[in-house]
Design a protein around this ligand. Structure first.
Ligand SMILES: Cc1cc2nc3c(=O)[nH]c(=O)nc-3n(C[C@H](O)[C@H](O)[C@H](O)COP(=O)(O)OP(=O)(O)OC[C@H]3O[C@@H](n4cnc5c(N)ncnc54)[C@H](O)[C@@H]3O)c2cc1C
Length: 379
């Protein structure tokens, strides 16, 4: 049987994992990116990303995240690289705003996901790094933690090559009909997967732009106290702090403690210097001082300014272009795609090869904003 010819555009986690899944299915895969996979502008680039199954009432993503954890463990074996640290994740439920966390517990009970809850007053006994006088309770998910993001991209590109795929540099643009072109010519392949992350909005002004917003996010890494292991991942979990619009990860491989207070910022994807906004240093420090007394006085040792593309319902996009039956759009990050990467790639590959239809939630549109109770991200 003839092997399908596939071009995947974009070497972030969505494109790489889709390319790997297509290569495993026997397709001849060429991956094209403007820059080298792992480059600093991609949404997927940073030391690490949180993996957790906590998705409120949303059974679909909870299942995907559980499955993804297994796939990451397999990828570790296959690539021989340390990709996943199972340090657990702690979700802090703020007094008076606990719907999303309450819903998560119900979903976990229904699906048999391991977790533990701690009353606010007990949290410091088990997690002494946290000061939580405004927190009603916390959910601790032990089979969760962090994926080493940059390393996963490098290992993913190497794995794709091992599976017979090729990786090349090139900037794909779209013509007036939103058909992909490279070097002045229309791309020709049985399947063209567009996984260009936030750049997808401008490439598809009629199809993707109306259902997406691109926002900058500032992330800061703080030093850990001299001589102390208290903020290392061996002692501290990742955390999500919805009430304070924040999340973070413990120090790993010397990175320092990562914390982000998510205040969507403007970003020009191609022209902005990727420098942290000064105002965010003060905002993040305020947060750190309030939540982690042991980090008061610690210094910012690293930072990252990159971006997310968000759909109104925070569901991903995996759908064929309405006018071009061989062009599959695959992305829609919404702040939570990385952890699902291997499962997302598997699913997108099957849709792309027409083995099954996409899920309704991943169709292009129209999309509607969900209430925090319905939303998989609690936002
Ligand atoms: C601060 C922050 C924290 C996050 N935390 C988490 C988390 O804890 N857990 C989690 O699961 N997710 C998290 N996310 C979300 C996750 O990182 C993203 O959803 C995911 O990385 C998106 O991957 P992508 O492949 O769609 O996009 P990208 O990584 O941006 O990849 C797109 C690629 O396409 C290429 N490209 C663009 N245009 C073209 C073109 N015209 N031609 C050729 N190539 C092109 C780019 O160069 C890039 O390499 C976070 C995101 C941010 C910003």
């Amino acid at each position: 049987m003839r092997r399908a010819e596939v071009i995947v555009v974009g070497g972030g986690i969505a494109g790489l994992m889709t390319a790997i899944a297509l290569a495993r299915r026997g397709a001849r895969v060429e991956l094209v990116d403007r820059w080298e996979p792992g480059h600093a502008r991609a949404t997927s680039s940073d030391y690490n990303r949180v993996i957790r199954s906590i998705h409120g009432r949303d059974v679909f993503y909870t299942r995907w995240a559980r499955e993804a954890r297994l796939r990451w463990l397999e990828l570790e074996e296959e690539t021989g690289q340390k990709l996943y640290y199972e340090c657990g994740t702690l979700i802090l439920a703020t007094e008076g705003h606990c719907n999303w966390e309450d819903n998560t517990c119900e979903t976990f009970d229904a699906l048999g996901v391991p977790y533990q809850t701690y009353a606010g007053v007990d949290i410091p006994t088990f997690f002494p790094q946290f000061k939580v006088d405004d927190i009603k309770y916390a959910i601790y998910e032990p089979e969760a933690g962090m994926i080493m993001a940059h390393r996963s991209l490098i290992a993913g590109a190497a794995l794709l090559r091992r599976l017979g795929g090729t990786v090349r540099r090139g900037r794909v643009v779209t013509d007036g009909e939103e058909y992909p072109m490279l070097d002045g010519r229309r791309l020709e392949a049985d399947l063209i997967v567009i996984a260009t992350g936030p750049w997808m909005a401008d490439m598809f002004p009629r199809t993707v732009k109306p259902i997406s917003v691109v926002a900058g996010v500032n992330v800061l890494y703080h030093s850990t106290p001299d001589g102390s292991e208290m903020f290392d991942l061996t002692r501290m979990p990742c955390w999500i702090d919805h009430g304070m619009g924040s999340f973070g990860l413990p120090s790993v491989e010397g990175s320092g403690v990562k914390a982000a207070v998510v205040i969507p910022d403007k970003i020009d994807l191609d022209n902005d210097e990727r420098l942290i906004r000064r105002s965010m240093v003060a905002r993040t420090r305020q947060y750190i001082d309030r939540r982690f007394p042991g980090l008061v006085g610690q210094k910012v040792v690293d930072s990252k300014f990159n971006q997310i593309i968000i759909t109104p319902d925070t569901h991903f996009i995996i759908d064929f272009h309405p006018q071009h039956g061989n062009v599959l759009l695959a992305g829609g990050c919404s702040g939570h795609l990385f952890k699902h990467g291997p499962v997302f790639g598997e699913f997108a590959a099957g849709v792309g090869l027409r083995e099954y239809a996409t899920a309704d939630r991943f169709r292009l549109g129209p999309r509607r904003k969900l209430s925090p109770a319905e939303s998989p991200s609690g936002r």
